[in-house]
Structure formats: C-alpha cells, structure tokens
Design a protein around this ligand. Structure first.
Ligand code: NAP
Ligand code: MG
Length: 339
C-alpha cells in the first residue's frame, strides 16, 4: 500500500487553499475533523439540521453554522459526516439540489457510495478520507501534536486533482503527521464491514458471552466469569495493540501461553473460518447492505428487538455492579455518558 506523510502532500501555501469545506454533521467525526481542519487554517463551515442539538456547540467552537442546504451551496468540498443510513436521503434531498456544479463530495466510509445509495453526478469528484480511529481520538491526538492515520480513496476524479484534495484533507486533520494510506472505496467498505461483524464487534462479543456462559453454567460465580471473560480482555488487547500478538504472548505467563497455543485453535476452529467466509461473501455480494437498507426502511424492527434482548443479558447486570467498585474506569473512559 502507498503511504504518504505531510511532506508528500505539499499543499500550496497550506492545505485546501482557496477551497471552502462544508462538514455536514457535528457528531463523533464531524466535530473532530472540522476542529482539526480549522486549526490547520482550512476554511471550514458546518451544515446541520435546523434545531440540531449540536448547532450551539459548533458556533461556540468558532464555526460559521448553517443549514445543510445553505452550506452545501457555499462549499467547494462537502464532507458528509452523518450516519451512513441517512446519506442517501441527506444527499438526494438536501445536498444535491444545492451543491455547486463542480463541488466535490467526500465521505469517511464507503458504504453509501459502494452500494449505490449515493449516486453523484458526472461532474463531481468523489473522495474518501477515513480516519482509522473514533472521532474523539482524531481530535485528542491532533491537539497533542500527533495524529491518527487515515485511509484515502478516489471514486470519481473529474477535476484531475481528486487525490491531491484527499491528501490535503487528510493532512489537514492531522493524518499527515503519521501516515495516509491509499485504498479504494470497495476495499475500505468490505474490510470495514467484515472487521466489525466477524472480529471486532460480532466476533468479540460472542466470544466473551460464550466464555461467560460456559463458566456460569458450570456453577462458577458470575463475578468471576465477568472478570475472566470481559474485564481482563482489555489488558490483553492493550498488549496486542502495542506490539502485536508476540508482545502479548511475551507478557503473559508461560502457563497462559501454553494454553493459548494448544487450545486456541479448538475455540476458533476451521468451522468458524468457514462461517467468516460466508459472512464476507454476504458483504461482497451486497446481501448484507440490502438487508441493512431494508431494515432501516422498515423502521428497524429487528435491530430494536435484538438490541433490547442483548441489553437484558445477565452479564450487563453483573458488569454494572462490578464497575461501580472501580471508579477509575469512568475517569479513563472514552465514552463519558454511559456507565
Ligand atoms: P454521528 O456522530 O452519529 O453523527 C451525528 C451527526 O449527524 C449529528 O450532527 C446529527 O445531527 C447528524 N445527523 C444524524 N442524522 C441525521 C439526519 N437524518 N439528517 C441530517 N443530519 C443528521 O456519526 P459518526 O459516527 O461521526 O459517523 C459519520 C460518518 O463517519 C459515517 O459515514 C461513519 O461511517 C464514518 N466514520 C465514523 C467513525 C466514528 O468514529 N464514529 C469512524 C470512521 C468513519 P444533530 O446535530 O441534529 O444531532
Ligand atoms: Mg471500522
């Protein structure tokens, strides 16, 4: 993969010089990207719904804020940072009718473009700048003089400078300080969906629950099961994050490492990999995207019901009690509005 840093970007007299950027949405990514761009001296405005709960905060941070329609009309580059399931509606009804003919469109995830939910006009440059971290980290790293790596991709290049624009945007949010990696909309979308379904979210939660239930069903105390199967996961993941699997294995006891090496394959067996391949196939074929789009159109009945049932699992009750004994967890928390 090609990796770029600030010195490769070389914005002429600053990043995105002479371009007005409209960031649509002021949530997790929206606030972080917009603030970083502003600190990088990019001309950035915020587009929001009238009555948005974030309108005041964006103004207080020093931004010019207007409706999505107004800001789309004013911008040379429109970065869409509302949740993916609303891209189609927001683009078709509010951005497209107002945007300048030669304005460019940008996203931080490829889902809506790759699966044909947003179909930009033939005169529009379409790019992606996807920070590899949650919005709050994108901001906090930047403030400390560092950055979070970003992926960039070009879907449509009409101007001939789409890639340069993506590079400058990525540098503007701080990613040039660490690394900007070039990918495609397809690769980013499919690997992102696979990662969250099979490993990061779907995979890990079920691994935790399966371990917890096995111990509780065998008569062990739920508190013990919670500590072993959920709480301690962080310590292991931190080591993997720092130095990969080998650093984690270097740090754990020999007994733990022997158990890992001899038993792990039985937990994540070939059957599991076959199922992962089936999940990847549903992503590549568009089957998952169709299901998620239709689910949203139907008012999310399956999502609502599964999320409610998941929230009622006994592990949540035990966790609440145990976390109350560890007040420092809250102080270090990335998400402050949940316990
Ligand atoms: P988010 O925090 O949920 O976005 C919230 C913002 O979107 C708010 O300003 C909200 O309006 C606005 N919004 C929500 N629904 C809307 C609608 N129907 N019409 C107009 N505005 C609406 O979103 P996010 O997590 O930052 O994700 C934004 C994009 O970044 C997505 O494409 C996502 O895949 C991508 N991404 C996110 C992350 C991440 O860290 N979360 C990481 C990489 C990529 P109000 O101000 O009215 O509440
Ligand atoms: Mg992801």
């Amino acid at each position: 993969m090609d990796v770029y840093t600030e010195k490769d970007v070389k914005g002429k007299g600053g990043f995105l010089k002479g371009k007005k950027v409209a960031v649509i949405g002021y949530g997790s990514q929206g606030h972080a990207q917009a603030l970083n761009l502003k600190d990088s001296k990019v001309d950035v405005v915020i587009g929001l719904n009238k009555g948005s709960q974030h309108w005041k905060a964006a103004e207080k941070a020093g931004f010019k804020v207007g409706t999505i329609e107004e800001m789309s009309a004013a911008a040379d580059l429109i970065m869409v940072l509302v949740p993916d399931e609303f891209h189609k509606d927001v683009y078709e009804t509010r951005i497209k009718p107002n945007m300048k003919k030669d304005a460019a469109l940008a996203f931080s995830h490829g889902l809506s473009i790759h699966y044909g939910q947003v179909t930009p006009g033939k005169t529009t440059d379409v790019i992606m700048i996807a920070p590899k971290g949650p919005g709050h980290l994108v901001r906090s790293e930047f403030v400390q003089g560092r950055g979070v790596p970003s992926l960039i991709a070009v879907y449509q290049d009409v101007s001939g400078s789409a890639k340069q624009m993506a590079l400058e945007y990525a540098a503007g949010i701080g990613s040039g300080r660490v690394g900007i990696l070039e990918t495609t909309f397809r690769e980013e979308t499919e690997t992102d969906l696979f990662g969250e379904q099979a490993v990061l979210c779907g995979g890990v939660t079920r691994l935790v629950l399966a371990g917890y239930e096995t111990l509780v069903d065998a008569g062990y105390e739920p508190e013990m099961a919670y500590f072993e199967c959920l709480h301690e996961l962080k310590l292991i993941v931190d080591l993997m994050y720092q130095g990969g699997l080998s650093t984690m294995r270097y740090s754990i006891s020999n007994t733990a490492e022997y158990g890992d090496l001899t038993r792990g394959d039985r937990v994540i067996s070939e059957d599991v990999k076959d199922e992962m391949a089936a999940i990847l196939d549903e992503i590549q074929s568009g089957e998952f995207a169709r299901e998620w789009i239709l689910e949203n159109q139907a008012g999310r009945p399956v999502f609502t019901s599964l999320a409610r049932m998941a929230g009622e699992h006994p592990i949540e009750e035990v966790g609440k009690r145990l976390r109350a004994l560890m007040p420092w967890l809250k102080e270090q928390a990335a998400v402050k509005d949940r316990d």
